[in-house]
Design a protein around this ligand. Structure first.
Ligand SMILES: NC(=O)C1=CN([C@@H]2O[C@H](COP(=O)(O)OP(=O)(O)OC[C@H]3O[C@@H](n4cnc5c(N)ncnc54)[C@H](OP(=O)(O)O)[C@@H]3O)[C@@H](O)[C@H]2O)C=CC1
Ligand SMILES: CCCCCCCCCCCCCCCC(=O)[C@@H](N)CO
Length: 327
């Protein structure tokens, strides 16, 4: 009897799964790639603080030639000093506002050809849309989205003419708020969702140049920017964003760099991020047939988990408003 049961399991589970794995190992595109960091030019925007500073320190420690860009010259010098103290490596610093396309172009010309571009800069002021002024909405989109276009546009010619310097990478620092809309983050989520469309389209355009795109999706991360954000954001934003916990900048940086090195398109940072990636896979590229397997077999369950989170969030919103109205 037990033997029959085992045979039955083999027939209806193991064989279809094996066939699916075989099919996916043929289908997944683009093909897997490894991106070296040692001896390569890694250019990091927003590299003077938070996740970007951790990334710069990590890349320098791994033997990369590192350039960091940000607006404040003082913060850049402090960052340069802290990286030198931590790694003994002297990084190049460039002061420019990513919204200024001409300044970004001049910066990338001066920095020289880039092998790994990490578009990490970002601003995030959480506020309900009707309390946001138009300038504030425009500022968020201009920095987070248009600024990223400016960086890629300026870096791409040099990246395409790398010669025999191996595969290149363009990494876009998104957020879990770029996978699901978050209360109080209308402009921010719009800007981060925009990075996904940019990344998916760009990967199709630059695969021929052996350039590989990664999108990074951190949860709340302990950084100076986050410290500012939590001072003013709504309680609802805090409750919803807390669904995925809070990570350290060094942890996110290590996962980011590992994701870039392994050519991963969706780089997740925690278990909630893995569920989010499975739940939002849609038509995104996938290089790993194993991850593709879980995307295929897990899609239905992830939708159920997502509906639970939506139920929980709308319950929170309803409760918050009823408490506010009862005061
Ligand atoms: N912290 C978090 O909870 C999370 C952050 N992220 C994302 O990670 C990235 C880094 O965030 P985090 O480390 O927290 O941010 P920080 O505020 O700590 O650092 C932001 C960096 O970006 C630079 N920057 C900001 N605006 C511009 C601009 N217009 N031009 C050039 N550089 C600019 C800042 O330097 P300067 O001000 O001198 O220009 C600074 O170096 C962002 O894209 C953010 O959206 C994603 C998920 C969670
Ligand atoms: C399919 C099932 C999904 C289950 C998991 C859902 C959890 C989502 C939580 C979203 C948290 C968003 C944090 C944004 C952090 C951020 O970017 C701001 N701090 C500004 O930087």
């Amino acid at each position: 009897m037990a033997l029959l049961f085992l045979l039955w399991i083999l027939l209806i589970v193991a064989i279809p799964c094996s066939l699916l794995l075989l099919l996916l190992s043929f289908l997944v595109r683009p093909r897997p790639v490894k991106i070296p960091i040692k001896g390569r030019h890694v250019f990091i925007s927003g590299g003077s603080s938070g996740i970007g500073l951790s990334l710069a320190r990590l890349a320098a420690a791994e033997g990369a030639r590192v350039s960091i860009l940000a607006r404040s010259p003082d913060k850049l010098q402090e960052a340069r000093q802290s990286i030198r103290l931590a790694t003994g490596v002297d990084v190049a610093v460039f002061s420019a506002d990513v919204r200024d396309a001409e300044a970004v172009r001049r910066t990338l010309d001066e920095a020289g050809p880039v092998d790994v571009l990490i578009c990490n800069h970002g601003v995030f002021v959480a506020r309900e849309l009707d309390l946001y002024d138009v300038e504030g909405l425009k500022f968020t989109i201009d920095v987070n989205l248009t600024g990223t276009f400016n960086l890629i546009k300026a870096a791409l010619p040099g990246m395409k003419n790398r010669g025999q310097r191996g595969p290149g990478s363009i990494a876009l620092m998104s957020s879990q708020a770029g996978q699901v809309g978050i209360y109080g983050h209308t402009a921010y989520s719009a800007s981060k969702f925009g990075l996904r469309g940019l990344g998916e389209a760009l990967q199709q355009e630059v695969i021929v140049d052996d350039i590989h795109v990664s999108l990074i999706f951190p949860p709340n991360t302990e950084t100076p920017g986050f410290a500012e954000e939590i001072k003013t954001r709504s309680e609802i934003t805090s409750i919803i964003a807390a669904s995925s916990g809070t990570m350290k900048a060094d942890e996110v940086a290590m996962l980011t760099l590992n994701g870039i090195k392994s050519g991963t398109f969706f780089v997740t940072c925690n278990f909630d991020g893995i569920m989010l990636a499975l739940g939002t896979a849609s038509l995104s590229p996938q290089r790993s047939f194993l991850v593709a397997f879980f995307e295929v077999v897990g899609a239905g369950l992830m939708r159920l988990v997502a509906l639970y989170y939506q139920w929980s969030w709308y319950k929170t919103i309803e409760k918050w408003h009823s408490q506010k109205n009862s005061k």
